[in-house]
Each structure stands twice: as C-alpha cells, then as structure tokens.
Design a binder for this molecule. Structure first.
Ligand SMILES: Cc1cc2nc3c(=O)[nH]c(=O)nc-3n(C[C@H](O)[C@H](O)[C@H](O)COP(=O)(O)O)c2cc1C
Length: 198
C-alpha cells in the first residue's frame, strides 16, 4: 500500500520540510576593488549537454553583483575534505563589507578568465556570463558559458578504470538541503531501460 502523502502549506518554505540532494559548488567572482570573492551555492547544475552551467543566486549577494559587472565567474567543486572551506566562504561580511574568512581559503588562479578557484577542488569551470534571468521570487538564475574545464587526475574517468572504483577512491561531496552533507563513495550503475538513448 502506498504511504500517506502530506500536503504542505506553501506559505511556509516547503524545501525545509524534507531533504533534497544537490551538488555543492563554490562560485568565484572578481570584486570591484580587484579582490576575489568566493561563495558556496547548492542550487547549481549543468544547463544541457553542451558547455553551459547555471546556479541560483539573489541580487542581494555580491556574487550576483560581481558577475553582472565582470560578466565572468569560476565554479569549483570541492571534495568532501574541503567542506569546511566551502562553508567558510559563506561567513558574513564585516562592517567594512569584506569577508575576513576568505583570507583563510587557499585559492589558485583560473587559466582563461580573471578569477580564482578554491584550491583542492576536483573540478573547475571557467565561465563567461551567458544570461541572468531574474524573477524567481527574490532569486535569479545565472547562466554561464563554460570556456575552460579542469579535472584532477584522481577524479578523471579513464577507460581502464572502473567508475565504481573511481568513486570509492575519490568520493564526491553532496549537499543534502537543508543543512546536511554527504560523502558519496558507494555507487551503482544506473539501470537504463533497454534501447535508451540520451
Ligand atoms: C551550504 C550553503 C549553500 C548555499 N547555497 C546557496 C545557493 O544555492 N544560492 C544562493 O544564492 N546562496 C546560497 N548560499 C548562501 C550564500 O552563498 C552566502 O550567503 C554567501 O556568503 C553570499 O556571499 P556574497 O555576498 O559574497 O555573494 C549557500 C550557503 C551555504 C552555507
């Protein structure tokens, strides 16, 4: 027998009433004063099968304002070992409107755009702004065109390495919204239906 379904009150945030799995990325942008900003985002995904990537951000965040001005951003995918670093990137700004926690975050320069990555991330994207779509309540979708991608050797899929072993050796970080995270090492081949094409 199917389990009872509970209808939620949409006047309350539905996304706080059950868990949803998401990636956890760190978006890098250039500030107006020439410094670099990093901020974690979990509402993020590839936009289609080609070279586009998007994430949700509010215009109140410096990340949005920087991208709107500079028209470029980086995306770092931290591994589970870097979850604290990703969290520190969300520490509040002080009275001079800077994030002191950023000084503790190791970074490395991007190769094509003027930006930085979180050091230690297993996947790095360099994006130019494609489009900002406002109007999802107080949030917006920021869509970038990917200009360059770097993957660490230990995260790179190889024809002579089993995907299951790859993930056992280099587990992925997942954000379990709201407020939890997971280290994903155990995985299974997806049971695609026979004759399935992308
Ligand atoms: C785990 C985690 C996930 C987050 N995901 C998002 C997100 O998907 N979209 C968003 O706008 N803010 C998200 N935030 C909040 C901002 O990234 C954060 O407040 C950031 O410090 C804003 O900084 P900025 O003003 O420098 O852009 C998240 C914060 C944390 C800790």
């Amino acid at each position: 027998m199917a389990e009872n379904l509970i209808t939620l009150d949409l006047n309350q945030p539905w996304s706080e009433r059950c868990f949803c799995v998401a990636p956890l990325i760190v978006v890098g942008t250039k500030e107006a004063n020439g410094e670099y900003n990093l901020a974690p985002k979990h509402m993020a995904m590839p936009l289609g099968w080609s070279n586009y990537f998007g994430f949700v951000c509010t215009p109140r965040h410096r990340t949005y304002q920087n991208i709107d001005r500079e028209r470029a951003f980086t995306v770092s995918f931290p591994s589970p070992d870097e979850v604290i670093l990703a969290s520190l990137a969300a520490a509040p700004r002080d009275c001079s409107d800077t994030k002191p926690s950023l000084a503790a975050l190791p970074t490395q320069p991007a190769s094509i755009i003027d930006g930085v990555f979180l050091q230690g991330a297993y996947l790095n994207l360099e994006c130019e702004l494609q489009q900002i779509i406002d109007g999802f309540g107080e949030n917006s979708l920021i869509a970038g065109k990917i200009l360059a991608v770097q993957v660490t050797e230990s995260a790179l899929r190889l024809s002579d390495l089993d995907d299951q072993d790859l993930l056992l050796q280099s587990p992925l970080l997942a954000y379990l919204s709201p407020g939890r995270y997971a280290k994903i090492a155990e995985s299974y081949s997806f049971p695609f239906p026979e004759g399935f094409h992308q």
